[in-house]
Design a protein around this ligand. Structure first.
Ligand code: OGA
Ligand code: MN
Length: 211
């Protein structure tokens, strides 16, 4: 593939996300990142997990941060911009190009990305929630990259994204398959992670706008 064609393909990849956010407000993008890069991120996630780098995920943030196992039982490790490995840096660069594409087309004024690895040990879940906290509407676009090869229906752990408000809302389910990116407007879609029967890894984060 020559550089021009590759450049066009890359732009195409960003455009698909921008159009999804501008239209329905959500989208699922299989094979968003090449397999070998996903595999490397998965390897690093596993190594950090084995080294004990993960913490119980909280709800809320700052002084209102709480660990509440009735809501979520996953573990997370936040990415620190100063300590990124080369492959993590590459992914953050992709996310930054995507951020610029979103800003150019949708004028959302996104200015930074905060992200973490997440591990759901078998049996873990994250109940229905919205990615914005009361009083702080800064998380604007959610972007999740899954790291799990050959995920099967019976492995559970699907992301269930509710398309309307209300208990009876229709929903879509996303398999957390390696390389799949899911992105949605953080304040618009209630979602949950169904209990995973198998360890489930992802790189999850949010574009923020200035408060
Ligand atoms: C979250 C979340 C969904 C997923 O971390 O806020 O909803 O599919 N994650 O991992
Ligand atoms: Mn969420």
């Amino acid at each position: 593939m020559n550089l021009l064609v590759e450049g066009a393909a890359v732009n195409e990849r960003y455009r698909a996300v921008v159009e999804a956010l501008a239209g329905p407000g959500w989208g699922v993008f299989p094979d968003f990142l090449p397999r070998d890069q996903v595999r490397e991120l998965a390897r690093e996630c596993r190594a950090l997990w084995d080294a004990g780098g993960f913490r119980h995920a909280g709800i809320g943030n700052g002084p209102t941060l709480q660990v509440n196992p009735e809501v979520r039982t996953d573990r997370v490790m936040w990415l620190n911009d100063d300590l990124l490995t080369p492959i993590q840096r590459q992914w953050m660069d992709v996310l930054d190009d995507l951020r610029l594409a979103i800003n150019r087309e949708l004028a959302l004024g996104l200015f930074e990305f905060e992200g973490h690895f997440a591990v759901y040990p078998p049996g873990s879940y994250y109940r229905r929630h919205l990615d914005q906290f009361k009083g702080i509407g800064l998380r604007t676009v959610t972007a999740i990259l899954y790291l799990n090869e050959e995920w099967k229906e019976e492995d559970g752990g699907q992301l269930r994204l509710f398309l309307e408000s209300g208990e009876e809302s229709p929903y879509v389910e996303v398999q957390p398959e390696a390389g799949t990116l899911v992105s949605f407007l953080s304040g618009s879609f209630i979602h949950e992670v169904l209990p995973a029967n198998r360890e489930r890894m992802s790189l999850t984060g949010w574009y923020r706008k200035r408060g």
